[in-house]
Design a protein around this ligand. Structure first.
Ligand code: MF3
Ligand code: CO
Length: 254
């Protein structure tokens, strides 16, 4: 069963989404060569707590992973796709970094990610960032009551394909709100007219992950960081949205 959130819950999610977006943009402001990724994590955690929230990724456990996620922020650099663990690693000019942050606020969860450049980056890096953002937008644009999960994936994959990028198939978007991850899964590929039917009040995290080279990925030996097998670049954007009768409202915006 896909949960339908009440108007009261959506109001809280909107408040939380606004805080989350503002925190993530403040973290983005600190991105520059020489900054260690752990510093970004510390800032994200401090700002979330100051706003009355809790970082929802910290100590997150998956069923098959015995190692809880150790940080508040995911920082994924270049060929790292998602779930990169913050560390003493310093950002370098030319890197692209995915910043993914989730928050529990008044018992409700929102989730957001963005990919940004560190100083000057290559044309290919610029293109994958721009395209991934567009694909997220294309996915959001098809959402309204009555459309199906496959329609979202179809739109995202079409956007990636026409720009010469592959989508990650093993990792997906998801329902969100009462927990960090809920039903349904929202793949970044799909068939029009297939999958669950969306209803007003469903809250979803759409999160296209694109790869510049081959679509093959692997899990690093830290048990969290997903990377491209061929070492090519990857980018990731994510918004939490609520389905309405006529469209979608983005909750993770300032
Ligand atoms: N936004 C990511 C996701 O939905 C972040 C998860 S990190 C984790 O998969 F620690 F919570 F797993
Ligand atoms: Co997510």
């Amino acid at each position: 069963m896909i949960a339908i959130k009440t108007q009261e819950e959506i109001n809280i999610l909107r408040e939380g989404g606004k805080i989350l977006a503002s925190v993530l943009y403040q973290v983005v402001d600190k991105v520059r060569p020489g900054v260690a990724t752990i510093e970004l994590d510390e800032l994200a955690e401090k700002l979330i707590k100051r706003a009355g929230g809790e970082p929802s990724f910290k100590n997150y456990k998956t069923v098959d992973d015995r190692i809880p996620y150790p940080a508040s922020l995911c920082v994924s650099i270049n060929d790292e796709i998602v779930h990169g663990i913050p560390s003493g690693r310093k950002l370098k000019e030319g890197d692209i970094i995915g910043l993914d942050l989730g928050m529990e606020y008044k018992n409700l969860f929102t989730d957001m990610a963005i990919t940004v450049s560190v100083g000057n980056i290559s044309d290919e890096a610029k293109k994958i960032i721009k395209t991934t953002k567009e694909c997220l937008n294309d996915g959001i644009m098809v959402v309204k009551e009555g459309v199906r999960v496959g329609d979202i994936g179809f739109a995202i994959q079409r956007c990636a394909g026409k720009n010469g990028f592959n989508v990650v198939r093993e990792l997906v978007g998801h329902g969100v709100g009462y927990k960090a991850h809920e039903e349904p899964e929202i793949p970044n590929f799909g068939r029009k007219g297939h999958g669950e039917v969306l209803k007003e009040g469903m809250v979803l995290a759409l999160e296209p992950m694109l790869i510049a080279g081959k679509a093959d990925i692997f899990l690093d030996k830290d048990f969290w960081t997903w990377k491209t097998k061929d070492g090519s670049l990857s980018a990731h954007f994510e918004h939490t949205i609520v389905v309405t009768k006529s469209g979608a409202e983005i909750l993770t915006k300032i």
